[in-house]
Design a protein around this ligand. Structure first.
Ligand code: SAM
Length: 551
């Protein structure tokens, strides 16, 4: 018999030893009457406490396929200690025949194990949100869902009382739809009373296999408020911010029209031929830091999926951050200590190991992000905007609101999103005091004998990419004081010299043949700006040099 996965931390098993899938079907699907309810539903939301291997998710997906595959399902699940893909694969192996390619399809959407809310579409109508972190912190931060059915699947309450707290029960009520049900494998008295205290009608029924009893129940009330979002949206700007937003809204079912003043997408700062997807580092895992880390994690997953459909110049090359001095090394060590990231996400390599991995001789140790990817930003923008109504050579000069709708050259939209990077200056609706244009020039160098083995992107006070099409990108200047985009020889020299300081072997072995200067927008908070300036007018700006992760 196949071993069921067991948690050492909680001294408990993830699912029944007898038959995990049958238990899931009996306890969670049956206990919430999902077969009957899904047959009648158009949309349905399930929330689960304790994602573990994803067995419950797969069991539900399987049921959906057999009953009503057209339902739009949102499955949101909370997990503090995410398992890695390989452990999941092994745990689910007894049901490979039942789930067929669903296991790999779901794992393609399984995020890197970093804290935060990670949403990916597993199929066009199945949205999976995995929320990594302690449920007592993340459930209270959840908004804008109305849950039809709850799967309460923390470990046995006596072994893990933290998963069965009043905070969890109160937030269940806050997030429940007008009629919501729950099901759980346990019949523990304090769980029963806790759910009754917040207003659930609770019933004890027959348990699975050797378990005598389990709990099921219903809640009826006003129902959680889900914000009614606009249907038709105009996006102004065809760079990464505009195309990334368009991609997301398209998946969410909006009608999206994208206006770009140039004759092609990504003509501005997003049009560099090679781009690296990396987070911005913070020593302490504070909220801004989580934003960057989880954006990075989701960008890696999203781009990997897109690359299976289209050529976006994708390569999971990894990245190395050189410990250029003692302070830098201490900072990276503190970062790893504070974040407790799994090794396959971040670890420090010795100079020798870094040389092996990076394909060039390192004199210092380096922080290694094995999962990092590189893309061709211009091709990426094309892929993100696929299926969107794109208007090129379309300069929007005026956006006006009339009778509650936005008007752009006679066309009406429920909402407008300004994602026009350096073009923000044209729109007076925006308080642009906090935004700044910053010129940056990157250099393109031909591959040489000295660089041809570089496998990862390498970052110091600048960066060099692995070659793509025989070319390395070397960056980059940061010149808020210059307001032209002419390519300057001195800037190419600056980029090259910084590289040579770190890798003296490259002296006289780097042939820069071209440069590209453009403007990024940054904010005075050194953080992207998202939001609504007035009803129906949104913006996504100031992604700085981390736009590939944050859009
Ligand atoms: N539903 C899972 C499946 O299909 O494999 C099994 C869930 S397992 C019984 C319980 C899960 O709760 C574990 O994955 C555990 O890491 C998670 N967990 C425990 N305490 C937690 C907490 N405070 N917040 C979020 N998740 C927690």
């Amino acid at each position: 018999m196949h071993d069921v996965p067991r948690s050492k931390r909680f001294d408990d098993i993830y699912f029944s030893k007898e038959n995990g899938l049958e238990e899931s079907r009996f306890v969670f699907l049956g206990g919430n009457h999902l077969e009957e309810r899904l047959r009648k539903a158009k949309t349905f939301t399930v929330a689960e406490t304790g994602f573990g291997t994803g067995l419950n998710f797969l069991a539900l997906w399987d049921l959906l396929t057999k009953t009503n595959p057209d339902v739009s399902l949102h499955y949101i699940s909370y997990e503090q200690y995410p398992l890695d893909r390989q452990t999941i694969r092994e745990a689910l192996s007894p049901w490979e025949d039942v789930f067929d390619n669903k296991i790999e399809q779901y794992l393609d959407n399984y995020p890197l194990e970093v804290e935060g809310f990670h949403t990916h579409y597993v199929t066009p109508n199945i949205k999976l949100t995995l929320v990594f972190g302690d449920i007592n912190e993340t459930l209270p931060r959840t908004q804008n869902i109305a849950v039809d059915a709850w799967f309460l699947d923390g470990f046995t309450p006596s072994k893990n009382p933290e998963m069965w707290t009043d905070t969890v029960f109160q937030n269940m009520v806050r997030l429940s739809a007008k009629i919501s049900t729950f099901a759980t494998f346990t019949s523990a008295g304090f769980v029963k009373r806790g759910l009754q205290d917040v207003g659930f009608e609770v019933e004890k029924t027959e348990g699975f296999s050797h378990k005598r009893e389990r709990l099921v129940g219903t809640w009826e009330g006003e129902g959680a408020i889900v914000k009614n979002l606009p249907k038709s949206v105009a996006i102004i700007g065809g760079g990464l911010a505009g195309c990334g937003t368009a991609h997301w809204l398209k998946q969410e079912g909006y009608q999206v029209t994208l206006f770009e003043q140039a004759s092609e997408l990504s003509s501005g700062a997003s049009g560099n031929p090679i781009g690296m997807v990396n987070p911005r580092f913070y020593k302490i895992p504070e909220p801004q830091a989580h934003f960057y880390m989880s954006s990075y994690a989701d960008a890696v997953t999203t781009y990997k999926k897109l690359s299976e459909l289209q050529d976006i110049g994708f390569k999971q090359c990894g990245s190395l951050y050189v410990c250029i001095n003692k302070e830098k090394k201490a900072r990276f060590e503190d970062l790893l200590e504070n974040w407790q990231l799994p090794k396959h996400i971040a670890r420090i390599l010795t100079a020798h190991e870094a040389s092996e991995v990076g394909g060039i001789e390192f004199e210092q140790s380096a922080l290694y992000l094995e999962q990092s990817v590189m893309v061709n930003p211009a091709k990426l923008c094309e892929a993100l905007a696929d299926g969107v109504d794109v208007r090129l050579n379309a300069t929007v000069q005026n956006i006006e609101k009339e009778d509650g709708v936005w008007n752009i050259d006679g066309e009406k939209f429920d909402a407008v999103i300004l994602a026009c990077g350096a073009g923000f200056e044209s729109f007076k609706t925006l308080n642009s005091k906090n935004l700044q244009k910053v010129r940056g020039q990157l250099s393109l160098a031909k591959i040489s004998d000295a660089t041809k083995n570089i496998k990862t992107s390498i970052h110091y006070s600048g960066y060099i990419s692995p070659q793509a099409g025989g070319v390395h990108a070397i960056g980059s200047t940061f010149q808020p004081w210059l307001d032209h985009d002419d390519v300057l020889d001195e800037d190419n020299d600056f980029n090259r010299e910084k590289l040579e300081e770190i890798f003296p072997l490259l002296k006289d072995n780097i042939e820069v043949f071209e440069g590209r200067a453009s403007f990024r927008v940054t904010s005075k908070y050194r953080f992207p700006i998202f939001g609504e300036t007035q009803e129906g007018l949104y913006y996504s700006l100031a992604h700085g040099s981390h736009g590939l992760a944050t859009v």
